[in-house]
Write a protein that binds this ligand. Structure first.
Ligand SMILES: O=C[C@H](O)COP(=O)(O)O
Length: 256
């Protein structure tokens, strides 16, 4: 049987809470210079700034094909939820993607598989693409195969709860980010990433909607070619702060 066609590749950057407002908008303006490169490479490019920057970022990106993302959402569209941000408002502000369940939110802000699934459903309901982050918290160093098995065991419920919550025909992005590889010097071992992401793709294999799988965790130039067998792109953090690095990653992902 011939291999199934892979979806369009995608590269994105989360700015987390690294920058102040002028720096965030300056970064977003800088990304405009890479729009043509990404377009010609036939890949999607996205940026995920903080909430406050979203409206201005949407205006900056308006003439481009760069997708705007938000770093979180509430699971209800409206109501008495002081301090939360509605998926409806995110969509109205110009967001196309919503990041949900990042490891920092799970560890520091009490996100659970249940809240992540509810938020993914809310995003899909508002025509936003849920970008759901999943990953194992610790690295099993017994052996490579034990590490893969432990990662799959931990990631499976994180994924299946989301798959059960979002419509089967909706678009979905899964970002595999081993927690121990986030903020590290180097990304996770390529074989580990490929073996885990192949299983994630199998888990989502019955979906009718486009499902893309990214890798994140100290990714940068040189990462994609080693894991292309398992993933459809990269989700970048610190190493994309240097725009030249982001340019190189787009060239690599587009050319590999
Ligand atoms: O959202 C991005 C990931 O957490 C990766 O961050 P990092 O590349 O700085 O480790």
């Amino acid at each position: 049987m011939p291999p199934l066609a892979r979806p369009r590749r995608i590269v994105g950057v989360s700015l987390k809470m690294y920058f102040d407002l002028p720096s965030t908008l300056s970064y977003v303006r800088g990304m405009l210079q890479l729009d043509g490169l990404a377009w010609n490479a036939r890949l999607d490019l996205f940026v995920v700034p903080d909430f406050v920057a979203l409206v201005s970022a949407a205006e900056i990106l308006q003439p481009s094909s760069i997708l705007l993302g938000a770093q979180d959402t509430h699971w209800e569209d409206k109501g008495a939820y002081t301090g939360q941000v509605s998926p409806l408002v995110l969509q109205q502000a110009g967001a196309r993607i919503v990041e949900i369940g990042h490891a920092e939110r799970r560890a520091l802000f009490g996100e659970t598989d249940e809240s992540v699934a509810n938020k993914a459903a809310a995003a899909a309901r508002n025509r936003l693409i849920p970008l759901v982050c999943i990953g194992e918290r610790t690295h099993n160093t017994t052996s490579p195969s034990a590490a893969v098995g432990a990662a799959i065991s931990e990631c499976t419920p994180q994924v299946t709860s989301v798959l059960a919550a979002v419509p089967d025909d909706s678009e979905l992005i899964l970002a595999y980010e081993p927690v121990w590889a986030i903020g590290a010097k180097e990304p996770a071992d390529p074989d580990h990433v490929v073996n885990v992401t192949k299983e994630l793709r199998r888990l989502a294999g019955g979906r009718r909607g486009v499902t893309r799988i990214l890798y994140g965790g100290s990714a940068g130039p040189g990462t994609f070619a080693k894991i292309a067998e398992g993933v459809d792109g990269l989700f970048l953090g610190r190493f994309a702060h240097d725009m030249q690095n982001l340019k190189k990653v787009i060239e690599e992902v587009g050319g590999a």
